[in-house]
Design a protein around this ligand. Structure first.
Ligand SMILES: [Zn+2]
Ligand SMILES: [Zn+2]
Length: 306
């Protein structure tokens, strides 16, 4: 229910931004692959966050004896605004390293290429990530913060900030903020990372552009934006096939696995279709928040089964 609420807020907020200041005005709101992205959004929202957290806690317990408690006390005793800036810099450096590795190591690229398979960029394209890549990236970014002892509040602030920043820098908007373009990855910066143009190949990895400047991977031309996005290799466009894409298996085996994975979703979906009349009578007076709960359970199978 919280996931649907987030999706609706993002739809109205970033949708308005894209309508008021569009980068590609002719691009449709419900462009190719939007339903695939909805499926990515729900799966990543529910399962990836939980599994990343479990892995991070296990690693934390294993690595905890290596960390000095006086260092952790020093971190938590600082004012919250300073902790946030430090967390941002450390997390963005970790993200730069893991993101660059994803573009360098073939086995990691097989997962990350799913994110680069969008041929049209908008706020919704930002959620297209293979779940395994999300888990690897979340752990790589979260672990240093965990080990340094940053507070739960700083974690929470950075999570919200990171989520909004990702939605913003994929948005189909021409909005430019002069000073901000050097501090955070704005759309004009991150869109080049998705560009098919050779000059922008393996550029702009970070959420903090100065890190790219430091490592020589910065590319931000004045008043020019990429003409096309995506990758040269063929990437399937349905959710199930994108999930199985990194595991290079034969097509008929892939189809069988997809059938098995879809079975429980088909059953839930059928049950809802057959029983929806039961809810219609009493769903009217229930609060909006519970209606979103039902919407979520209708949207999710639809997105996975298309
Ligand atoms: Zn990338
Ligand atoms: Zn991206």
């Amino acid at each position: 229910m919280l996931a649907t609420l987030k999706l609706i807020i993002a739809f109205f907020f970033f949708g308005s931004l894209e309508t008021l200041f569009p980068l590609k005005p002719k691009q449709k709101r419900f462009r190719q692959g939007w339903l695939t992205d909805i499926a990515h959004f729900f799966i990543n929202h529910f399962f990836v966050k939980l599994s990343s957290y479990i892995i991070a806690v296990v690693l934390f317990i294993l690595l905890h004896p290596l960390v000095s408690s006086s260092l952790q006390e020093g971190v938590t005793s600082q004012p919250s605004w300073l902790q946030f800036i430090e967390a941002f810099l450390i997390a963005e450096l970790s993200f730069y390293i893991i993101h660059r590795l994803e573009h360098t190591l073939p086995w990691l690229w097989n997962f990350h290429v799913i994110h680069h398979s969008s041929t049209e960029l908008d706020w919704l394209a930002s959620v297209r990530f293979h779940p395994l890549e999300m888990i690897i990236a979340n752990v790589a970014v979260g672990m240093p913060l965990f080990l340094l002892g940053f507070t739960k509040e700083t974690f929470g602030q950075y999570l919200i900030f990171g989520a909004v920043l990702t939605l913003f820098n994929h948005a189909n908007t021409s909005l430019r903020v002069p000073i901000l373009r050097w501090i955070i990855a704005t759309p004009e910066f991150h869109h080049w990372h998705h560009s098919k143009e050779q000059v922008a190949h393996n550029k702009n990895f970070s959420g903090f552009p100065l890190i790219d400047l430091l490592f020589g991977t910065f590319y931000l031309p004045q008043s020019k934006m990429p003409s096309n996005y995506g990758v040269d290799e063929f990437i399937p466009q349905t959710y199930g096939e994108q999930i199985l894409y990194p595991i290079k298996i034969k097509k008929d085996v892939r189809i069988q696995i997809l059938k098995l994975l879809k079975l429980p979703i088909i059953k839930i979906s059928r049950w809802f279709q057959e029983n929806i009349y039961r809810f219609q009578l009493w769903i009217l007076p229930v609060p909006i928040i519970w209606k979103l709960f039902f919407l979520e359970y209708l949207l999710f199978p639809l997105a996975c089964l298309h």
